[in-house]
Write a protein that binds this ligand. Sequence first.
Ligand SMILES: [Zn+2]
Ligand SMILES: [Zn+2]
Length: 258
Amino acid sequence: MRANYHSHTWRCGHAIGREEDYVKTAVEQGFDILGFSDHTPQFFPEGYRSGLRMETGELPNYCRVIRELGEKYRGSIRIHVGLEAEYYPDLFRELIPAARDQGVEYLLLGQHFLGNEQGEHYNGAPTADETILRRYCEQSMEAMQTGMFTYFAHPDLICYQGDPAIYRKHMGRLCREAKSCGLPLEMNLLGLWSGRHYPNLRFWELAAQEGCQAVLGWDAHAPEQLCRAEAEQTMRKTAKDLGIEILDTVTFRSLGRY
Ligand SMILES: [Zn+2]
Ligand SMILES: [Zn+2]
């Protein structure tokens, strides 16, 4: 079974291509399952625009378009509609019912900012501040504990450049929590082929030590990004060398009562 649950659409403002072209490319590449997980809308206070995600009003159309593609390509590939979502404590209670009402099947945790985003640290920005690292881990652990997330996308997005021992201390806790919640961690192929600071080998050594499970995520922001065979092979080899199990498929966590 070949699956990718991490794909975007033009709605987030920094991905390109028609949804159907992602589906066609996935079929060509031999995927059995393609999940769309565009950047979720968030219910920010009036007057704030995030700039990296669809607006709340676009959610119904997004879900409808993906579902229609699922119908059209039934028999060739299984299509799922999900969202890549931050856990923003002040906004989460509004997000869950909205996503559920539109038939969103799963959420990936992608913790791009601390706090509730507005005026907060972007987690991919380099820092040597332990407080930022600690907050990232604590917020992500709280997110896992909600039980709403199916897996953790690029958990190693945090770009901590301070003492490696401090990194291991906090990220080790995060890995233990993922293990105890049964939440798989994503090895992000976009990060690998585009030369970002993640996947971070230091992180994956910890994940291996803690016995965490992994999932490959293409994080496709264009249809052709589903064809990165070389990055996939490299990542699979790294996982094997570290002794990390890569799951082919995942079980969705339901967006039940929250
Ligand atoms: Zn993106
Ligand atoms: Zn993504």
